[in-house]
Ligand binder design. Structure first.
Ligand SMILES: Cc1cc2nc3c(=O)[nH]c(=O)nc-3n(C[C@H](O)[C@H](O)[C@H](O)COP(=O)(O)OP(=O)(O)OC[C@H]3O[C@@H](n4cnc5c(N)ncnc54)[C@H](O)[C@@H]3O)c2cc1C
Length: 357
């Protein structure tokens, strides 16, 4: 197989780049290791509602996300934040009205963030997209790129003029080999970039009624006890079913070992914080991103406490001239880590490639 530009990774950055290239009339192929597109974006349908198990928000001042929603006519709405907040201390004592609504003013999308993945996939030529196809090795010794891929268990070779890795840098460092090898400093630079939110887990609890709203609560809550440490309303734009989600504060290794106990404690926590009606959710779902090796590597199991400063490490920039290009959100200097950063990275690479035609 042969193509001009081989895009690796079918998350938002890879899909957005494919869309740029398609609109420029460029020849490309996109590979995605998993059997679905979206990467860290995952919206799950439960009892007729769409619920975000990965990213849920974008923010004012993020123009590319706003433009994408507008282009595909996906309605955006403000995060629900009407009502009191709830705070739980480390002994389990609950106080109402304490704290601030940390996500007030952020936007969500009707149908979930996954609707941008669906919309982008719908405008791309399906014959140019291969899911369940993993890049394993890159030979860049002869001017053109020779990529070894594993296509659902069958090894294949794809040759290309350029390869764009829209994959978290740490995943590349751990899982893709290069010939000639990248030097030690370049490998270290890839390893040093934390994959934003990759070690996190979300629990979502779905109800037929918005019990917290009915009690004058916004659904925003902080807890020093856990298992959920930060909770928000995750209900659809209009109507039910209604939901709260929480970021899990339990370390990744303990989550894997004590899942059943953690889920039981999560319901007990919701009941303690929001009232006895919360005892019987229609659905209780855990999405543990740390268990997905195409996204989270062992180093990502240590939580990142503050937002890192992102952008393509300087010693990887020269590789662009050799046809090796990096494009995940972590390579975006302004909005790195965020959905907006994935679009920023795709835009930067599309502009670079346009200059090279
Ligand atoms: C729980 C959680 C909550 C978040 N909340 C928000 C939020 O509210 N707002 C926000 O802006 N951002 C949020 N983020 C971050 C946001 O999800 C990311 O910025 C964005 O999705 C990254 O897109 P990407 O395409 O750069 O990378 P990814 O989505 O990681 O895509 C990379 C893709 O590459 C694939 N891949 C990996 N290795 C290979 C290989 N060898 N061959 C082929 N394919 C490969 C992976 O399977 C994956 O699909 C959150 C993330 C998580 C996990």
């Amino acid at each position: 197989m042969q193509t001009d530009i081989l895009i690796v990774g079918g998350g938002l950055s890879g899909l957005a780049l494919a869309d740029h290239l398609a609109r420029q009339g460029r020849d490309f192929m996109l590979l995605e290791a998993q059997d679905r597109l979206g990467g860290r974006i995952l919206t799950k349908e439960l009892s007729g509602g769409a619920f975000d198990l990965g990213p849920a928000w974008f923010w004012p001042g993020q123009p590319r996300m706003a433009a994408l929603a507008e282009r595909f006519q996906i309605p955006a709405f403000e995060q629900f934040s009407t009502g009191d907040l709830v705070y739980q201390d480390q002994n389990g004592a609950v106080q109402r009205g304490r704290g601030y609504a940390s996500m007030e003013g952020s936007y969500r999308l009707a149908g979930g963030i996954g609707s941008v993945v669906t919309a982008l996939a719908d405008v791309l030529d399906p014959t140019k997209i291969m899911t369940s196809t993993r890049l394993t090795a890159v030979d860049h010794s002869r001017g053109e790129i020779t990529a070894q891929v594993d296509d659902s268990g069958t090894p294949r070779i794809i040759t290309a003029n350029k390869i764009v890795m829209a994959v978290p840098p740490r995943v590349i460092a751990d899982t893709v080999s290069f010939e000639p090898a990248l030097d030690a400093a370049q490998m270290q630079a890839l390893q040093n970039v934390p994959t934003w939110m990759a070690g996190q887990a979300k629990i979502i609890a779905v109800y037929d009624q918005p019990h917290w709203r009915n009690a004058g609560l916004s659904g925003d809550a902080m807890s020093q006890l856990g298992p959920m440490v930060e909770i928000h309303d995750a209900s659809p734009m209009q109507g039910g079913p209604y939901a709260l989600f929480g970021f899990v504060g339990v370390p990744a290794d303990a989550r894997a070992l004590h899942k059943d106990e953690m889920m039981r404690l999560a319901v007990a926590q919701l009941t303690a914080m929001f009232g006895p009606e919360m005892a019987n959710p229609l659905h209780l779902v855990l999405q543990d991103w740390a268990t997905i090796p195409d996204i989270a590597r062992p180093k990502d199991r240590q939580p990142v406490r503050s937002h890192p400063s992102y952008g393509l490490p300087p010693n990887l920039r020269d590789l662009t001239a050799r046809g090796l290009i990096f494009a995940s959100t972590e390579t975006a200097p302004e909005f790195g880590g965020f959905l907006e950063g994935a679009l920023e990275a795709a835009e930067r690479v599309a502009n670079t490639l346009a200059l090279q035609t």
